[in-house]
Design a protein around this ligand. Structure first.
Ligand code: EPU
Length: 419
């Protein structure tokens, strides 16, 4: 067991490079099952979630070759098994991304309920309704779903609710399905568009990429190819907030600021000083932050994954802020820990908190509740006086590569120690 020990209040400066997007690379790893040819994925972040996905692929019989720290070649030709490993699946919500490729290629899949961050109910009803719309039959037996089909059939499917992995799954279902599929009310995240562009370069016929309505003409074969993972927009925003709180000049590089348009507007409203370039953002600490109202929304709105670090930023704004988490009903409970550090946050209901700022924070011993909340607590520790200890850092390692090394290079005092 490891923990982070952080001594706060160090001024940070310099450059920090953004890794490839976790929520893009994970899906492309799973999509390698759609073809028997080699798939090369570059700019893959070196994080726990990626390792679990690779273990899941290997468990199914895929050959995964690591070319260097951030590049893999996957070949799934020899996959014989259609049952997803339940122990590994319990660690990762994205294990559900393996379901469609297995179903499309082998006509059958068995899988358990997926795990992942405990931030709300996170049901899979829309996935199941989607598979049924494609003509698949679903049985539930011994805590496993068993789905079968002769061949998926193109359909018209309306998402009752916008879901990222749900949209990605049904796009994959349509690729090799018979006939045409129209998906309505799709999620529009840049990771989905990047995935669709890659599929089209591998022989798919997808129209409406990046829109809420997507049309797909099924094809007989998807080829292999090379996918260069897009920069992680959540890391980009997280590092920008770190710069706003403790930087004397932090440049976030290797990023695509276009993917965070609403987030930058929100930061400007709060009074953060930004210089936004094509592939970098330069941030300087501001001495007077303004309170605001934050409301998470599906893309291109303000992403829920940046809500926890934004909440930490607002503990330093002068006045009353409201954070409205509209996507998940369990993604504000970490604010309790911020209160232990000295913040003044009142939970109105599971979806809303009111923050009275500015408050001085002091270091405490705490546990990381989930990936993004863990990162928010780490940021709070960077601005707190004294020493903080964060346990359960597996949760942070799931999504951020060598975070202590990268922040140390900016000047932070953060150490990984064995418990
Ligand atoms: N939902 C349903 N039924 C379903 C699927 C989803 O009701 O069958 C609901 C969820 O309960 C939630 C809402 O739809 O209230 C949106 O959830 P969504 O399905 O979009 O979330 P997800 O696809 O499971 C992805 C990211 C999350 C990110 C959300 C929202 C991946 C692997 N995960 O999750 O990322 O918060 O979209 O943008 O892509 C993270 O990286 O820390 C993370 C949690």
């Amino acid at each position: 067991m490891e923990k982070f020990v952080i001594c706060g209040k160090n001024p940070l400066s310099g450059e920090i490079a953004v890794a490839g997007a976790k929520n893009s690379a994970l899906k492309l790893l799973a999509a390698s099952i759609l073809t028997v040819e080699d798939c090369r994925i570059t700019n893959v972040p070196d994080i726990e979630d990626i390792q679990v996905m690779i273990d899941l692929l290997r468990d199914l019989g895929a050959k995964v070759e690591q070319k260097n720290r951030h590049e893999y070649i996957i070949n799934t030709k020899d996959i014989k098994k259609i049952e997803i490993n339940p122990v590994l699946a319990a660690k990762l919500r994205s294990s559900i991304m393996l379901v469609t490729p297995l179903l499309a290629r082998f006509g059958e899949v068995k899988f358990p309920y997926p795990g992942g961050c405990v931030i709300g109910k996170r049901p899979i009803d829309i996935f199941l309704d989607g598979f049924k719309a494609f003509g698949a039959e679903i049985k539930e037996e011994n805590n496993f779903f068993h789905i079968k089909t002769k061949r998926l059939k193109g359909c018209r499917f309306v998402f009752p609710w916008i879901t990222v992995t749900g949209t990605e799954s049904l796009i994959m279902a349509a690729l090799l399905a018979e006939g045409k599929t129209t998906l309505i009310n799709c999620a529009e995240e840049p990771e989905i568009a990047a995935m669709c562009d890659y599929f089209n370069s591998s022989g798919a016929r997808i129209k409406g990429i990046g829109n809420s309505t997507i049309e797909i003409e099924g094809v007989k074969k998807i080829s292999g190819g090379t996918f260069n993972t897009i920069p992680d927009r959540i890391e980009t925003g997280t590092f920008a907030i770190i710069g706003a709180l403790c930087g004397t000049g932090v440049k976030v590089v290797n990023c695509n600021p276009e993917h965070l348009a609403v987030f930058w507007e929100q930061l400007k409203k709060i009074g953060v000083k930004l210089d936004i370039g094509k592939d970098f953002v330069y941030i300087k600490k501001s001495n007077s932050l303004k309170p605001t109202e934050v409301r998470t929304h599906e893309y291109p709105g303000l992403t829920t994954d940046l809500q926890p670090p934004l909440t930490v930023l607002l503990t330093q704004a002068n006045g009353l802020s409201l954070v409205h988490e509209t996507i998940y009903e369990g993604r504000l409970f970490y604010t309790d820990i911020l209160n232990k550090m000295g913040a003044n946050i009142i939970m109105c209901d599971p979806h809303r908190v009111v923050i009275q700022g500015p408050t001085k924070l002091s270091g405490v011993t705490m546990e990381s509740p989930d990936l993004r909340a863990g990162m928010a607590l780490l940021i709070a520790a960077l601005i707190a006086s004294g020493k903080s200890e964060i346990g359960n850092i597996y949760q942070i390692d799931r999504g951020y590569e060598n975070i202590e090394g990268r922040l140390t290079r900016l000047g932070a005092n953060i150490k990984r120690v064995s418990k």
